[in-house]
Design a protein around this ligand. Structure first.
Ligand SMILES: NC(=O)C1=CN([C@@H]2O[C@H](COP(=O)(O)OP(=O)(O)OC[C@H]3O[C@@H](n4cnc5c(N)ncnc54)[C@H](OP(=O)(O)O)[C@@H]3O)[C@@H](O)[C@H]2O)[C@@H](O)CC1
Ligand SMILES: Nc1ncnc2c1ncn2[C@@H]1O[C@H](COP(=O)(O)OP(=O)(O)O)[C@@H](O)[C@H]1O
Ligand SMILES: [K+]
Length: 479
């Protein structure tokens, strides 16, 4: 598991640790890890041209001390001092003593153009808002130069706690972060500016407290995957009911059923007008045309994909919500969903909106949901008393229980932004719910396998390709 903590938790942990170690020790640990990472990026430190963009805080201090270490190893290091009267004194002295030099920001672009590596030490967890004008031109010069850009702790200009980017920000190739991952490194749009992540242990772990975010890794997913045992029959493995599709969108039914069948359901019951299309593709499906409560016993329901917005669709959603098994509500099922109705359910509910659907449920603009995903997903979970999986370039899963870390999905590719891939996710996740995974686990394992399937499919893909690659993703996680 990868854990993430917000700025307050990091500052508190740093405070406790600093009281136990000699002054400056933490910064030296950070700088040592940073210099080692720069060495790896450069390949050869001796003779390399390195530029340190040094802001006025400790982030600049880290970068200057790392610059000093690189200078001692034979790099030509130039620091651009963004606030020359407030530069970290110890860091600057160390750099100068190691043979580095310092220049005014006006001279920055010229040295950046010739650099092999630019260290972004403008702001870290103390940064507020986007980059200020003097820093913007340096960040642009770095982006245009051929240098590798290594961000110190965070790409400067992003919001460490939320992943928001409210103005100009550094676009890094690598971010070397200290002690723990910050939310802004894991959640888009900021995460998209961080490049490859590298965590340096500075000894904070014992003081960090409960995580705010978690990202499952292969081993965590492997431990959660439901495998049939020798005793299992199809009912024990879980029967999933799918109420999806319409005359107009029968494909959504096929896709949701595909996702469910590929994710190990013992059986799939399909209810709705898409039965013919479903059977043509998946003859193993148990199809009925009546209403959900006439369909036979299931261990979980998926309702919504391609359902349309008719009175019949509403009745279907209502009936499914009346059931006493876990329910996943997606797409059209999310229209006009009543929070009290969802809160009143006796079994868990999992909502899987994309940003547009989340915006409609929240009464926000879609752009605000995309900019403030963490807040959006938490607000929805609290309002509906349900687990919420918010889809998009970063998929998040929030649980209504207080203090439960939000899960961030680390897999996926932008190729997933293809019509119908969300329908596959709903079927896949429904199967996991039917296999009796807790809704938060079902949602995060579902998103993980979905994203991994898309990656394994490599390149352009259709929604059915994603479904067809789920078994390969399952094996990949197990291997
Ligand atoms: N504490 C520890 O033990 C350890 C901390 N560590 C390191 O310290 C970092 C945190 O350091 P920090 O608290 O000094 O804040 P930091 O990120 O440097 O930024 C604050 C400065 O930036 C300025 N500034 C703000 N916004 C700005 C903007 N938009 N554009 C430009 N400038 C802006 C602001 O100036 P002001 O607003 O006062 O003008 C202020 O001076 C942390 O990320 C990690 O790298 C590691 O060494 C491990 C041990
Ligand atoms: N830029 C992106 N990067 C990664 N995954 C994405 C991106 N955009 C969308 N996705 C994923 O693609 C899927 C699209 O689902 P959805 O929006 O419901 O589409 P549809 O309704 O067409 O099925 C979701 O799993 C979502 O997380
Ligand atoms: K930085």
């Amino acid at each position: 598991m990868r854990y993430g903590h917000g700025v307050e938790a990091v500052r508190a942990a740093e405070g406790e640790l600093m009281a136990r170690v000699p002054e400056g020790a933490l910064m030296q640990r950070a700088a040592a890890g940073l210099a080692a990472a720069c060495g790896d990026v450069l390949g050869r430190v001796y003779g390399a041209r390195v530029v340190v963009l040094a802001g006025s805080g400790s982030n600049g201090g880290d970068a200057l001390f790392a610059g000093a270490r690189l200078a001692k190893r034979g790099a030509a290091v130039t620091a651009v001092l963004l606030a020359s009267d407030r530069t970290h004194e110890g860091g600057l002295a160390a750099l100068l003593a190691a043979g580095g030099r310092a220049v005014h920001p006006a001279d920055g672009p010229a040295v950046i153009t010739r650099a092999h590596l630019v260290l972004d030490g403008i702001t870290g967890i103390g940064g507020k808002g986007g980059l200020r004008p003097a820093a913007v031109s340096l960040a642009e010069a770095a982006y245009e130069a051929r240098a590798a850009i290594v961000a110190v702790d965070l790409p400067s200009g992003v919001d460490a706690d939320t992943g928001e980017v409210r103005g100009a920000a550094v676009r890094a190739d690598v971010t070397v972060t200290f002690g723990t991952y910050k939310p802004g490194l894991l959640i888009d749009p900021a995460a998209g500016l961080a490049g490859a992540l590298r965590l340096v242990d500075i000894g904070l772990d014992p003081y960090l407290g409960a995580a705010e975010l978690e990202a499952l890794q292969h081993a965590d997913v492997a431990a959660l995957l439901p495998d049939p045992t020798g005793e299992s029959d199809k009912y024990a493995r879980g029967v999933v009911g799918i109420a999806a599709g319409s005359q107009r969108y029968p494909g959504a039914a096929v896709l949701a059923v595909s996702g469910a069948l590929r994710a190990g359901a013992g059986a799939v019951r399909y209810v709705g007008p898409g039965g013919e299309a479903v059977l043509a593709r998946h003859p193993e499906t148990l199809v009925s045309t009546g209403s959900p409560h006439e369909a036979g016993r299931v261990q979980a329901w998926v309702v919504g994909p391609g359902l349309g917005d008719t009175p019949q669709a509403r009745t279907t959603v209502g009936e499914v919500l009346d059931s006493d098994v876990p329910v996943l509500v997606d797409a059209d099922g999310l229209r006009m969903l009543d929070p009290e109705r969802v809160r009143g359910r006796t079994a868990p509910t999992l909502l899987t909106p994309h940003a547009g659907e989340a915006a409609a449920l929240l009464g926000w603009d879609r752009a605000d949901v995309e900019a403030r995903r963490l807040e959006a997903v938490r607000t929805l979970a609290a309002r509906f008393g349900a687990t919420v999986l918010l889809k998009g370039s970063t998929t998040l899963v929030a649980d209504p229980r207080d203090g439960t870390p939000v899960r961030v999905n680390p897999t996926g590719t932008a190729w997933l932004a293809t019509a119908g891939s969300g329908d596959v996710l709903s079927g896949l996740t429904g199967s996991l719910l039917a296999a009796r995974l807790d809704p938060r686990d079902a949602a995060s394992v579902g998103a993980y396998l979905h994203g991994l399937s898309a990656r394994l499919a490599e390149g352009p893909l259709s929604a059915l390709d994603v479904a067809d690659t789920i078994p390969a993703a399952w094996r990949n996680v197990r291997s």
